[in-house]
Design a protein. Structure first.
Length: 272
């Protein structure tokens, strides 16, 4: 079988990128839609529930395996997600598990443990230990994420590759900004982001929605879909035109199409 001569679109992300939605619900996701518009082959590394370390590592590793690369896009996730690798050689490589810092959980609420079957008690204990001991607090998670943004950018520039950075969702759940006392309070969080040594190093022309936080004039794909939803399509304060349902805020195919169109427009502005 002959290999395709078309350029590659390489993407990674969380549930806003994962083609699980295509496999389970028949929803074409934005990477596939964008690849068609760009006439490129799509390599989609997205996985539901993953954080930015997973996104960073998988995308830069994948870049090393290809030469005919047309565009690279990380769609960054929540900043308080911590990704852990567990090497399982018999399964062909490392498996990833993810926990959220800044929260406490009960066993029945450990969604990541249920999905990965890693051991609900293990992930629950790790999440609560991190919370109680202040491990991976707001400042650490923020600086860590800003490094991912900067390092990804510098690697792409050094390889002379076309890239666009973007964010799927707001950096942390809004209730954490309102209720948490470990540095995620909105005022302290804004100060940490704006005070990062990497803040002014990011090329905002190649980062859709920079600086991500709406309070600083930024934007995410999730917020874009919310903003474009007609008032008539809101039910109990939740927009449904571009989401799977009133109970599931993930993009439906119309939402993924809007995301792909926004990225395509940005690609044309930057590279054509």
């Amino acid at each position: 079988m002959l290999k395709s001569s078309r350029k590659k679109l390489i993407v990674s992300g969380c549930s806003y990128t994962d083609n699980w939605w295509t496999e389970e619900h028949g929803v074409k996701v934005w990477p596939e839609i964008l690849a068609e518009k760009l006439d490129m082959d799509c390599i989609n590394l997205g996985q539901c529930g993953r954080g930015n370390e997973y996104i960073f590592q998988t995308i830069i590793d994948e870049v090393q395996h290809h030469k005919n690369i047309g565009l690279v896009i990380p769609m960054w996730s929540e900043w308080n997600r911590i990704d852990i690798q567990k090497n399982v050689p018999s399964r062909g490589g490392p498996l990833w598990y993810t926990i959220r810092t800044g929260v406490q959980v009960e066993p029945s609420k450990s969604e990541f443990a249920k999905r990965t079957k890693f051991g609900e008690k293990v992930l629950k204990d790790m999440t609560n230990l991190f919370y109680e001991r202040g491990v991976y607090g707001a400042k650490v998670c923020t600086e860590r994420t800003m490094r991912f943004f900067y390092l990804f950018q510098e690697l792409m520039e050094s390889k002379n590759l076309n890239y666009i950075q973007s964010a799927a969702v707001y950096p942390v759940p809004f209730d954490m900004l309102e209720n948490d006392d470990r540095g995620w309070k909105e005022k302290d969080f804004m100060k940490t982001v704006f005070g990062s040594v990497y803040f002014d190093e990011i090329n905002h022309k190649k980062f859709v929605g920079w600086p991500v936080l709406s309070q600083l004039g930024g934007d995410t794909m999730d917020e874009m879909l919310w903003r474009l939803t007609p008032e008539i399509d809101f039910k109990d304060g939740i927009g449904t035109k571009y989401t799977m349902s009133a109970n599931d805020s993930h993009p439906n195919e119309a939402g993924h199409t809007l995301i792909a169109e926004r990225l395509y427009d940005e690609y044309q502005k930057i590279y054509l």
